[in-house]
Design a protein around this ligand. Sequence first.
Ligand code: GLN
Length: 535
Amino acid sequence: MAETKYIFVSGGVVSSLGKGIVSASLGKLLQARGYNVTIQKFDPYINVDPGTLNPYEHGECYVTVDGHEADLDLGHYERFLNIPTTRANNVTTGRIYQTVIDKERKGDYLGKTVQVIPHITDEIKRNVKLLSKNKFDFVITEIGGTVGDIESLPYIESVRQLKWELGRNCICVHLTYVPYIAAAKEYKTKPTQHSVKQLQELGIQPDILVLRTERFLQHDLIRKVALFCNVGEEAVIQSVDRPTIYEVPLILQQQGMDAIVLKKAGITPGPTPDMEKWNEFLQRKARATKTVRIGLVGKYVELQDAYKSIDESLLLAAIYNDRILDRQLIHSEKITPDNAAALLKDLDGILVAPGFGQRGIEGKLAAIRYARENDIPCFGVCLGMQCMVIEFARNVLGLEGANSTEMEPNAPYKVIDLMEDQKHIINMGGSMRLGAFDCILQKGSKARAAYNRELIQERHRHRFEFNNEYRSRIEAAGMKCVGENPDSGLVEVIEIPALKWFIGTQYHPEYNSTVVNPNPLFVSFIQAAIENNNK
Ligand code: GLN
């Protein structure tokens, strides 16, 4: 395609309507038609990136291959589109301002007063267009927050300007909520009308409306929304609640959303693609009758989005093993050596989650000990892997008080320690070991068998690491270091070969699992859990 087309997705009425899923689904549909698509997210908060936000504030922090700590919506984009995102796919207000202020300090504005319009909006627009340098046919930009928020005004203004500049190469999609009022037994469109009015007041007429509803709406309601909002009836699309987010592309396709986008962009749509692989995946999901029960041990289990990529990776791996995932959330603070058996005995497999800080650590150690001593498939991710090493050092090697220096700087046995190049870092933002690194997997290991490859690349997000000073003692006692970074010698994967499946990864395999390409280690873990259950 000669010119890149830009699609903006904004949201109204309430937050959490699934703009990310709608963006990813539309991206998928355009990709299925053979277009080159990318999706980016603009977040209106002032943090430079979400890396310093805790999961209570912001859910999971996702990590791109190039080491950017990003919004979890990028995880949806990658899982749907099966292509990696980068730093350019997630921009915050903090980063926009940082760039503008840096330029101002350098004198780049030649004495001009630096203002929201044009300087901030120009920087936003520059970031929108930055991605099209990679020859994308479509750049979909999701605007975080809700229209009407003070924070998102500069973004909305930038979209207004771009719509003016780009003409039909720019399409605005607005997602709103149509609530069901049980007492009146009616769906209500007034909030949608108001939200669109608000957008219009800011100078934007949406081209397409997506209504989030519980059930499909009667046609007269659609007609009403179309009439009040200046949008053609065919361009009022419904995003109806589904049991799985992976059905959303199909609902949007059934309503012709991708074809409408193409027509608005002046492109003849051509035949509708059959989404064969996607359908196959959903059919496989629907066919499964047996269950695999996995316990997720972490300190944020009560939060819906704290372990998003792990949840999705477990789900995808279960589907590829023809199983329904029964995910049991187990709060690490509630596990003790005394109740571990009662809490964990009915699980087919246990995943010990990543994390930071001391809270919940002793519970993780108790869970790992139970899994190791009872040979229950156990998967430790990042901090989970570090806990596997600590537990082994304490209870197998007898190194009492062994710990990570993150938890106990004066531990007698520092089996997990700060990386050398981390020791002098003061700035907490963006300064961990971040992004994809090479890892060589040892022949004969279960990890190698799972990936079926010697050299892999997986993404990291940590400051601490396996302390190689203890390597020979740990290996001699039966825990093997089977994955290593070829440049630094850092241990990336440990396993206990004598057990059915006991693997810990310093990296986060969950960032690298997509609908058509589930992460091999997750698939292998679920397989082991199923075999464990069969016995
Ligand atoms: N807190 C640990 C570290 O920084 C593990 C981090 C994680 O689990 N992502 O090394």
